[in-house]
Design a protein around this ligand. Structure first.
Ligand code: GLN
Length: 509
């Protein structure tokens, strides 16, 4: 039963198999545990606990047997290792938290468990979600299922790789500056980061709290809608969480939630008639691989064929997003990561003479190089005398960027489209050698987080890599606040007339 999940186009079709008794959730879980083992070279999983997964499968089988199962019952997925999980390890891919097991579940994890999903375990990522290639990870990088010599993208690299390799149907991730969209693009799967506040941050290990947002991965837009429905909603334990979903009953009396409804309401003929797609010229500047640009252009032409209208726009501060983000994110990180003091939990050095030395040595040993660099930058930009010049200035740029997007959405376009990454997946080793290149690669994703907007990545073609003929390219769709339903519907219309999302790593559609 190799690549068992690749036979299902959607979660819905997988569920039919379960409902019709073709297989049980227990059987699927056992198969997938074997496949995860067989594909351990990918290094996508940090922790697998067969008994815990099988217990969730038994629950799903029971619900399905009673005819009381929700849409996600028995659906195999896995969680980025920055979501705390009861039972499984939560390490944030850091030596600092090696062997840490949380006494509670993150809200997102609990919501998906309550929906009946089966977790196959915890997924590799960049340490504390800092990175774009999944190479800054204590247990080494995850490999890209399309070509083991290139990165899967980061920071949620394990999530994208696990979906792309057919090890799960969906995965959670976090996106502080692109960490859902980038790995989704480089691994040829779909990923969405909703509006800031739509999904609870409770139990999500904090990196940069004003930017951090949970998101989901799947192979298609329809599945993203189901998963996003499950993780969104107000949570009193997250002060920045917002209420969004309003269920409405369909003709059969079943409650369709917001995102699912948006998909079902799309007209069949010219579904995108009248839609104005803003295409920022700054997203097609120097540094963009011409072959990636070609794939994006082809996707835009496809949207025009579906009835949409292309509008050229300008987001002049696109470049400045890099500077602003790499001041604000490290500033918040330096504060958030101060909690790892080796007293309450976390790695503790074996050799020290006093408290100060214990903290200093434990932090120096527990954090990897990239995390230490960010803590130092963050501490510097917040320090007396530099605060105004760096941190305050960056906050002003942040406001300009948010205003620029609002300007575009209020008068020029309904959604914005462009590339996610300037290139296809780079070879392993590049991001650790050339830090500037890694940060510059975030150019098209950071602005969205600074503004708090929703954005997604959708597979839209292939371009040559350093040694392979074809690596996946991701199209970015950016929406206005709380416009996830429309974005998913747009992506779904595109996927009804294209096959990119059906191509699987290792061949076959
Ligand atoms: N690449 C960005 C960073 O390194 C974004 C990471 C993220 O979204 N978690 O900070």
């Amino acid at each position: 039963m190799s690549h068992f999940l690749n036979q299902f186009a959607t979660i819905e079709s997988f569920r039919q198999g379960l409902d019709q008794g073709q297989f049980t959730s227990r059987e699927v879980t056992e198969t997938l545990l074997k496949e995860i083992e067989a594909q351990s070279v990918l290094n996508a999983f940090i922790d697998v606990q067969a008994e815990l997964s099988l217990a969730q499968a038994a629950l799903a089988d029971e619900q399905i047997g009673r005819g009381q199962a929700g849409l996600l019952a028995g659906v195999p997925l896995a969680h980025k290792d920055v979501f705390v999980t009861e039972g499984w390890k939560t390490t944030a891919a850091s030596k600092m938290l090696a062997n840490y097991v949380s006494p509670f579940d993150a809200t997102v994890v609990r919501a998906l468990a309550d929906a009946g999903t089966v977790s196959l375990g915890k997924l590799n990522c960049d340490e504390f979600a800092m990175g774009s290639g999944n190479e800054h990870a204590a247990a080494g990088p995850t490999l890209n299922p399309w070509d083991h010599s290139v990165v899967p993208g980061g920071s949620s690299g394990g999530s994208a790789a696990a979906v792309a390799a057919g090890l799960v149907l969906g995965a959670t991730g976090t996106d502080t500056g692109g960490s859902v969209r980038q790995p989704a693009a480089l691994c040829g799967v779909c990923g969405i980061k909703p509006t800031y506040g739509v999904a609870s941050r409770f139990g999500m290990i904090a990196y940069a709290s004003s930017l951090d947002q949970a998101g989901v991965f799947a192979t298609n837009a329809q599945d993203l809608a189901l998963l996003l429905d499950a993780i969104s909603g107000f949570d009193p334990r997250d002060a920045t969480s917002v209420q969004t979903c309003h269920g409405v009953a369909n003709a059969a009396g079943r409650i369709l939630s917001e995102y699912e409804r948006a998909l079902k309401q799309m007209p069949q003929q010219k579904p995108l008639a009248g839609l104005r797609i803003g295409v920022p010229k700054e997203y097609f500047g120097a540094g963009l691989d011409p072959k990636v640009a070609q794939a994006i252009e082809a996707a835009l032409a496809q949207f025009e064929a579906l009835g949409a209208k292309r509008v050229d726009i300008s987001l002049r501060n696109t470049d400045s997003a890099i500077a602003a983000y790499y001041v604000i994110a490290p500033a918040e990180a330096s504060s958030n990561l101060a909690r790892y003091d080796a007293v309450r939990y976390g790695h503790r050095s074996e050799q020290y003479n006093d408290l100060e030395q214990m903290t200093a040595r434990s932090r120096a040993e527990g954090f990897g190089a990239e995390v230490r660099k960010r803590i130092m930058i963050g501490t510097y930009v917040l320090s007396h005398g530099y605060y105004d010049a760096y941190y305050l200035q960056a906050q002003r740029v942040r406001r300009l960027i948010a205003q620029e997007f609002q300007q575009a959405f209020s008068s020029e376009c309904d959604v914005i489209m462009g590339p996610v990454n300037p290139t296809v997946a780079p070879p392993l080793g590049v991001s650790t050698k050339d830090a500037t290149a890694e940060w510059l690669g975030d150019i098209y994703t950071l602005g969205v987080n600074l503004a708090g907007l929703p954005a997604m990545s959708v597979p839209c073609g292939f371009a040559p890599g350093h040694q392979s003929e074809a690596l996946p390219v991701g199209l970015q769709i950016i929406g206005n606040y709380f416009d996830e339903g429309r974005m998913l519907a747009i992506a779904s219309s595109y996927q009804q007339v294209t096959n990119w999302h059906r191509c699987r790593a290792g061949g076959g559609a």
